[in-house]
Each structure stands twice: as structure tokens, then as C-alpha cells.
Design a protein around this ligand. Structure first.
Ligand SMILES: [Zn+2]
Length: 379
């Protein structure tokens, strides 16, 4: 059975140990040590990484009573071990922060934490009840107050009798000694993870989003160093938007709303002007067929233009684009089937496309003169 050093001191970064066994597994070499400070994945907290005898540890997991270090290469004998402590400390911040947040929420609303995932960039916590936005703001505020109060985080190992008298979260039938993590009167919870010694080390606790999930809510939290990194990223983003809009940082949403309204108005006027332009361009169109070119028109614009023309001529075609980049086309007829014309255009002009009997769309890689020639032979 591996001696678990992290339960004696969660701040051990380096230690020496003896390799008990090393076997090749699916994901690497599975190494068991006589003692370890590497925390194995469990209770929502990811497994530790680092080095054993200079060999990279990519994950740490638990198998029965043993801690398995997944290593890139084989190791043996007496080894110097080092944790990726930046990762571990961040995991401790996340885990302790989650306890504070869940403890405050439980005291206020009575809900339980029913799911917990510590990801690369943030953490999600699921609760079995609905939380309002106002309640969430108050839970956040009280959680951060608990951080400022710098409360000691203790591990207690109660007897069965003592345990029966404790009111704690995460009550499950656990065989053997139950370990409780106590944070003053903020939280008491059964937990196997590693925690910081004082709540002040957790840093900021921020709920960045909340959504309904199953019978309750899923809350995404940013805690500690990750919260700071998230703040920096969002701050840079808000300042960039603020510069682009020439608006104060706390007025960017209002500025975007104004911009959207102006854009909507401009779109409306642009559509009206286009209609006028198309009407002007098509005013002399008549007869069996008509071919028009419009550089700059979008595929949708070309179809609107074409639709207008089709009311005046038998078969109407609009090509938008230029000789360099090729053309998009739409061919419309109120009376005849234009699909055969489409096939001819595609084969003669290196194009592709198709559609319904009265309307086809596509694109061609050809010059305007070549299109005109093929079109004239079509008639
Ligand atoms: Zn825990």
C-alpha cells in the first residue's frame, strides 16, 4: 500500500521514494512507489503530473489501495520525484474554492453539489435545485468574503460515533475511515482531495455562467489563478472593443446596440437602393431572353435582380463577379425549364450548379466574353 504523503503535507513538491513495481500498461509505464506526494485522480480532482527519476509522469490514478503513476518510460530503484506544483496548486485552489462556493450555496438554499468537473480552463459544478441570478450574486459575494477571512482548511478523521453527530455534505456510505474537510463554519464535507491551508490562498471565486441542467443548474466557476487569467483575457477584450467603438468600457454594450440599429437601417436603405438600381438596369429588357452582368452583387442580390428580370423576359440570366475570380450565376424563367441550359453553361464554361425547373444557380470559371458567346449560341 502506497504511503500517501499529500495527506500529511499537501505542499510537498519534491521527495525521494523507492520504485516498488513498474509494468508496461496501455497508456505508459505504470509505476508504484513505496510513498508518494502525487495525488491520484479522484473526487473530481485531476491526477497530478511531474517527474519520477527524470521521467515524465503524464497522469496519476488510483487502483484499489495503490497509487499508479503513468510514466513515459520505465523507472527503477531509488528515485527523486518532483510534482508539477503549479498544476497541483491550481487544482488545490479550484477544489478548495469549490468547497467554499458549494458550502455557501448549501447553507443558503439547501441544495447539494451533484456533479463536479475540473477542466483545463474552468470548472463546472451541478446543483440539484434552481438558483436565481440574485441568489447567485449573493453566493459569490459570501464566497469571496470567506476568502478574505483567511479561514484555516482542516482535515478531520472522526470516529463512527462522532461522524453520526456531524452535519456534513457529500454523505455517502464510505467503507473505512471518512475524511472530512472543514472550512470554519462555511463548509464541512467528506472529501479525499487536496486543499490549500487557508482560504486566502484560493484567490477570487467568480461564477461566469449558469444554465438549467437536469432538475437544477450547472454553474461554471473561475477560481484562483484561472480566474485572474480569465479576467486578464476579458479585460483585454473589453478594452479592444472599447477602442474600436470609441466608448467607455462600461458602455460598450450600449454602443454595440447603437451600432446594430445603424446597421439595420443601412441594410434597409441599401436593399431599397438596390431595387431601384436593378429596376433602372432592367427597364429596357424585353424579348425571349436577357443576360446581365453585375460585379459586386452577392448571390442573393443576383437572384433578386434575376427575379425582377424574369417578369419582363422569357429567360433571364444574371452573372455576378469578374473575369479574374469567375462568376456566380442565376437563371430564371417563368415559363420554361432552364435545367438543360444550366448543364450547357456548366460544361462549356467549366462551372457547377443546378436547381429547380424554373430557377438554377451556380458558378463558372470563365471570362465575360466566353459567357456571352455561349449564351448567344444557347438562344
Ligand atoms: Zn472535495
Amino acid at each position: 500500500m502506497t504511503e500517501r504523503l499529500y495527506y500529511k503535507d499537501q505542499y510537498i513538491k519534491e521527495f525521494q521514494a523507492q520504485v516498488v513495481s513498474c509494468t508496461e500498461g496501455k497508456n505508459g509505464f505504470e509505476v508504484i512507489l513505496d510513498k508518494t506526494a502525487f495525488f491520484p485522480e479522484g473526487g473530481g480532482q485531476p491526477g497530478d503530473r511531474g517527474f519520477i527519476g527524470g521521467v515524465k509522469v503524464i497522469d496519476t490514478v488510483e487502483k484499489g489501495e495503490e497509487v499508479i503513476h503513468i510514466c513515459e518510460k520505465a523507472v527503477e530503484g531509488a528515485v527523486d520525484c518532483a510534482l508539477d506544483f503549479e498544476l497541483r496548486f491550481s487544482n488545490m485552489q479550484q477544489h478548495s474554492g469549490e468547497h467554499v462556493f458549494s458550502g455557501v450555496l448549501h447553507s443558503m438554499l439547501g441544495y447539494d453539489n451533484v456533479g463536479f468537473h475540473m477542466g483545463e480552463n474552468n470548472m463546472t459544478v451541478d446543483f440539484n435545485g434552481i438558483v436565481t441570478a440574485d441568489q447567485l450574486a449573493e453566493i459569490e459575494r459570501l464566497s469571496n468574503e470567506a476568502v478574505y477571512a483567511n479561514i484555516p482548511i482542516e482535515s478531520i478523521y472522526p470516529t463512527d460515533e462522532e461522524l453520526a453527530n456531524y452535519d456534513y455534505r457529500s454523505k455517502k456510505e464510505i467503507a473505512g475511515q471518512v475524511r472530512l474537510t472543514k472550512i470554519g463554519d462555511v463548509d464541512l464535507c467528506a472529501c479525499c482531495g487536496t486543499h490549500v491551508a487557508l482560504t486566502g490562498e484560493i484567490g477570487p471565486i467568480k461564477a461566469v455562467s449558469m444554465m438549467n441542467y437536469k432538475q437544477g443548474v450547472r454553474i461554471t466557476l473561475q477560481i484562483g489563478r484561472k480566474a485572474f487569467a480569465d479576467y486578464c483575457e476579458k479585460n483585454a477584450s473589453v478594452y479592444a472593443i472599447s477602442n474600436l467603438l470609441c466608448a467607455k468600457t462600461n458602455e460598450v454594450a450600449e454602443a454595440v446596440e447603437k451600432l446594430q440599429a445603424r446597421l439595420k437601417d443601412a441594410d434597409f436603405r441599401y436593399a431599397a437602393l438596390k431595387k431601384e438600381l436593378f429596376a433602372e438596369k432592367s427597364k429596357n429588357a424585353s424579348g425571349e431572353s436577357c443576360l446581365m452582368f453585375d460585379d459586386g452583387a452577392s448571390a442573393d442580390d443576383a437572384r433578386v435582380f434575376d427575379d425582377m428580370l424574369a417578369d419582363m423576359v422569357g429567360v433571364a440570366a444574371v452573372f455576378s463577379g469578374n473575369d479574374g475570380e469567375g462568376y456566380k450565376y442565376a437563371v430564371v424563367s417563368r415559363e420554361s425549364d432552364v435545367r438543360e441550359m444550366g448543364k450547357t453553361l456548366n460544361t462549356s464554361l467549366n462551372g457547377r450548379g443546378g436547381g429547380k425547373p424554373n430557377m438554377i444557380q451556380g458558378s463558372v470559371s470563365a471570362k465575360r466574353s466566353e459567357i456571352e458567346e455561349v449564351w448567344n449560341n444557347l438562344k
